[in-house]
Design a protein around this ligand. Structure first.
Ligand SMILES: CC(C)(COP(=O)(O)OP(=O)(O)OC[C@H]1O[C@@H](n2cnc3c(N)ncnc32)[C@H](O)[C@@H]1OP(=O)(O)O)[C@@H](O)C(=O)NCCC(=O)NCCS
Length: 110
């Protein structure tokens, strides 16, 4: 199964780092801190959200937003963690440009 999602960074443009508590159903602290290492965190908030939505679709909604964490490896690529454990079953790829982020997730048949 595959999943896809797209998100505009406009939706995330007014979010401030200090608002974490309000957004903690959407993002883990690690994701939040990653997004706010960038000059334009809204792009990463959008890409991270798109990645999570793509994963939810790939899992046919059998995982919840709060179960998913998108971590970045040392080379910058995303890895999916489900309930804190790296999942070997699902891979996700992310892109963004001109204020739009998109992600595709693939759930492997293992
Ligand atoms: C890895 C590479 C392909 C990423 O391309 P990019 O256009 O910068 O990336 P995009 O803007 O499409 O997407 C960004 C996302 O790519 C993902 N990404 C970054 N590095 C990655 C990697 N090594 N592997 C997989 N995904 C990667 C990230 O998820 C990132 O989004 P995020 O920070 O929100 O998680 C690029 O950096 C690269 O190495 N290109 C090779 C050609 C080259 O050297 N070009 C530059 C000189 S001309």
């Amino acid at each position: 199964m595959i999943g896809i999602d797209i998100a505009s960074s406009k939706r995330f443009g007014t979010i401030s780092k200090k608002d974490f508590k309000h957004w903690s159903k959407w993002y883990t602290k690690r994701e939040w801190d990653y997004c706010f290492t960038f000059a334009m965190p809204a792009e990463r908030l959008a890409s991270t959200f798109a990645a999570k939505e793509a994963v939810i679709k790939a899992f046919e909604k059998k995982v919840k937003l709060g179960d998913i964490e998108i971590r970045r490896t040392q080379n910058g690529g995303p890895k999916v963690y489900i309930k804190g454990k790296q999942s070997s079953k699902v891979v996700v790829t992310i892109t963004h440009d001109a204020g739009i982020a998109a992600a595709v997730a693939l759930l492997k048949n293992v």
